[in-house]
Structure formats: C-alpha cells, structure tokens
Design a protein around this ligand. Structure first.
Ligand code: NHR
Length: 179
C-alpha cells in the first residue's frame, strides 16, 4: 500500500482517495494519514461478513474510487461486494498464480521444491485468487531458504510489481506486466 502511495505521489494516471483497513491501528492507516490521504477503519471482529461489508462499503462508496486495490487484505469478500467493483478491484497475491491460491504460499512453494517463486496481481472476482492475472514478478528460491527469507524476497518484488501494474491498469491498459 505504501509503495502504491509513493508511486502516486509523482506523475501518475491515478490519485489515492481512501486507504481503508479492517484492522484499527494498522500501521498503513497512520502512514496514509501522514501522507494526507483520507483513511477509514472498520473492525470486522464481532460483525457478520455481511455487516462488515456493509460498514466498509459506506466510506468506500463515498470516496467514489475508480479502482480498488487490495494489499494484505485477508477477509474473503462476498460475490455481492465484488459485484460492486466488478472489473475494477485488484489484489496482489504472494505466488505465481495459478499456483498456490489461498494461504501459506511460501511454505507450499518450499515444500514443493520449486526453483522459482513470486507474486501476482490479479483482478478480484468471486472466485478466490482466480481472477485474470494482470502482472507477475518472479524471484529465485535459494538454497537454505526459510519461509521468512522467501517471504521477504517476494515482498520486495511485490513493491516493484504492484505500482507497475496499477500505473498500467489506471491508464486503462490490462496487458499483463511480466517482470
Ligand atoms: N475475495 C474474493 N471474493 N476474491 C478474491 O480473489 C479475494 C478476496 C478477498 C481477499 C486476497 C487473498 C490473498 O491474496 C483476497 C482475494 C484471505 C483469504 C482467507 O482465506 C484468502 C485469500 C486472500 C485473503 N481469509 C480468511 C477468511 O475467512 C481469514 C484468514 C485470516 O484471517 O488469516 O476470510 O491471499
């Protein structure tokens, strides 16, 4: 998220209108507020999925975004929520999709003995981590890698990939970015 904000601080087809989180006190909310971007927090705890999404939709709709970017967002979204932003909501996922949708991607890549790992930006559809891929960045898996070491290497790639994809997507170009 911070990498996207930093990229949008320069010449860019988009501008940030809201940073929202389901984690009150999340570091990203403070960083966004420091950068002068409006923020919203909706704690999902104690709410049903429907009630959580209804509460999240209020500030989101009010901000009138053209594009919604998920970054580290860990709540599965209902088809109804996805439909509200159909074709204009994207996510970055820490694997080379279609490999390893869902959770624990780095542990799964290591357990499989993969020589390569990476991250994907994809359109968010009702099917989890299954929407069209808009970009991928690859990194090597190195001998002796732990889950944490691989996760750190992939995160660096995420910080390069997501701004590159958003630039293209915000300009109306859905050609995949492959780096
Ligand atoms: N929602 C839809 N409809 N489609 C996608 O492609 C989505 C989505 C919501 C989040 C991000 C995804 C990821 O990048 C994402 C993509 C969380 C889970 C999950 O199982 C799965 C995929 C992703 C994020 N969440 C659990 C839940 O019950 C909670 C897990 C937890 O809190 O640790 O929501 O990886």
């Amino acid at each position: 998220m911070a990498a996207l904000l930093a990229d949008m601080a320069g010449d860019h087809p988009g501008r940030p209108v809201l940073v929202a989180s389901n984690v009150p006190g999340a570091g990203g909310l403070r960083r966004a507020a420091e950068a002068g971007v409006p923020v919203a927090a909706v704690d999902h705890r104690g709410l049903s999925r429907q009630a959580f999404e209804a509460a999240l939709l209020e500030p989101l709709r009010a901000a009138r975004p053209d594009v919604v970017c998920l970054a580290g967002f860990m709540r599965v979204l209902t088809p109804e929520f996805v439909a509200a932003f159909a074709g204009r909501m994207i996510n970055i996922h820490p694997s080379l999709l279609p490999k390893y949708p869902g959770l624990h991607t780095h542990a799964r890549a290591l357990a499989a003995g993969d020589a390569e790992a990476g991250c994907s930006v994809h359109e968010v559809t009702a099917d989890l981590d299954a929407g069209p891929v808009l970009g991928q960045a690859r990194v090597p898996v190195l001998p002796g890698d732990t889950e944490g070491m691989l996760a750190g290497r992939v995160l660096q790639a995420e910080h390069r990939l997501y701004p590159a994809v958003l630039r293209r997507f915000a300009a109306g170009d859905r050609t995949p970015v492959m780096i």
